[in-house]
Design a protein around this ligand. Structure first.
Ligand code: AMP
Length: 419
């Protein structure tokens, strides 16, 4: 038997309702804030991610699905979508449009990770990006939108943690202080962290090794090193959040290690997911567009893991959508053609109809199936009905039945459904 590749999974029809609910909620919410969808390719030039995420990051160093195409070009299945959206922004010269550009995306991402609970090789993200302003109101409004989205999904225990990672003025000073703290502790750190110390010591905060996390928990905090402009920016973001009444926790050790990340950095955790399983991450990346060869345009965004979101939905959100309302049962071949025509007529007026052409099955078996499908009505096309161009309607809620002319079925069902 051929199985789905390791680290991937099928989303089956029984669970798709929750995915569609989340996605519709995202579109609905984001569009209220003037975000529009963008769809970029699933694969890109490898160089985009090397530059857009950073050569020394875990993702680029060991998690990318990279291969050579038939012409020997190195391409990579996207491990995240901020770099691709930034690439599209530059390629289509979106900075020329007046005002801010706000975009969202929903789609699969690929990382070669060790599969475990909540960690897949193909997973999905719902994300947004705002380009064109470094005003702290952009940070605050986008965070408010995020919390509104999570609220609509019923995730009321979502905890927002926030920090500022400074800018090219103050971060070098902090970096020095951090290195001064780390140097004497080098031997206690994992190999990855020792590499990170040389590359970019801020990344040591991303380390998942327990002992290293303990070391990092006592490291100097970047918040004590922010320059006046960064301090002012962060102060205003948190002021706006207070004005909104959005609960948040300041976490001075929430650090994103790449150079083009600036100022606001945040994460949302859910109790059920555990401390290392963030639901989402995001922040400001004012240097990214420039790094990718575009103009100096600031950006802000976040990406939510859709698997984790769907997994965390309250049971009450287990919506089933698109399930059939009407089941058509036939008892012989002559009923089949009538059933096809009746079903078409009903679908044309918007009804969801299921017709399984299995006239050899007993009527009783077909009714059992209709019951399992939880339809509201069964239409029976028995011998007499077919002969008289009639249909028997059985209402499942009370078992009542009536037989009416075939051409009145649509109108009668509308009456009964409304009642
Ligand atoms: P990141 O792009 O690493 O900041 O991740 C953003 C969010 O995507 C995380 O908080 C997770 O919810 C989700 N995510 C990242 N990697 C995976 C993965 N391998 N499997 C499932 N979800 C993931």
């Amino acid at each position: 038997m051929i199985e789905a590749p390791k680290g991937t999974r099928d989303v089956l029809p029984d669970e798709i309702g929750r995915w569609q609910f989340v996605e519709e909620c995202a579109r609905e919410t984001f569009e209220r804030y003037a975000f529009r969808e963008i769809r970029t390719p699933i694969f890109e030039s490898t160089e985009l991610f090397a530059r857009g995420i950073g050569e020394g990051s875990d993702i680029v160093a060991k998690e990318m699905y990279t291969f050579h195409d038939r012409k020997g070009r190195s391409v990579t299945l996207r491990p995240e979508n901020t770099a691709p959206v930034a690439r599209a922004f530059i390629e289509h010269q979106m900075h020329r449009a007046p005002g801010l550009q706000r975009m969202y995306y929903i789609g699969p991402m690929f990382r070669y990770e060790r599969p475990q609970k909540g960690r897949m090789r193909q997973f999905h993200q719902i994300g947004v990006e705002v380009f064109g302003s470094d005003h702290p109101a952009v940070d605050a409004e986008t965070l408010e939108m995020l919390m509104a989205f999570l609220g609509r999904l019923g995730l009321d225990d979502a905890e927002l943690a926030l920090n500022s990672v400074g800018d090219p003025v103050c971060r070098p000073v902090y970096r020095k202080a951090l290195l001064a703290y780390l140097e004497p502790r080098r031997d206690t750190l994992c190999e990855d962290c020792r590499r990170r110390m040389a590359d970019n010591p801020l990344r040591c905060f991303d380390c998942k090794v327990e002992a290293d996390r303990a070391v990092m928990a006592r490291a100097p905090a970047i918040t004590d090193y922010l320059c006046a402009a960064c301090r002012e920016h962060f102060g205003r973001v948190t002021e706006y959040l207070r004005a909104y009444g959005i609960r948040h926790r300041l976490d001075p050790r929430l650090v994103r290690g790449l150079d083009y990340y600036r100022r606001t950095s945040f994460e949302v955790t859910l109790q059920g997911l555990g401390a290392q399983n963030a639901l989402l991450g995001g922040g400001r990346y004012d240097g990214l567009i420039k790094e990718l060869g575009g103009p100096e345009v600031p950006g802000f965004g976040f990406a939510v893991g859709e698997e984790r979101l769907v997994m965390s939905l309250p049971a009450a959100a287990a919506v089933s959508r698109g399930t059939p309302e009407i089941f058509i049962a036939t008892v012989d071949e002559r009923g089949v053609e009538r059933a096809l025509l009746v079903a078409r007529a009903l679908r044309r007026v918007g009804r969801r109809v299921v017709f399984d052409p299995l006239p050899d099955k007993s009527l009783r078996a077909q009714l059992r199936r209709a019951n399992d499908l939880q339809v509201r009505f069964v239409l029976i096309l028995g011998e007499t009905e077919v002969r008289e161009r009639a249909v028997t309607i059985k209402r499942m809620s009370d078992g009542s039945q009536e037989t009416i002319a075939e051409d009145r079925v649509g109108a009668r069902l509308a009456e009964m459904a409304g009642a």
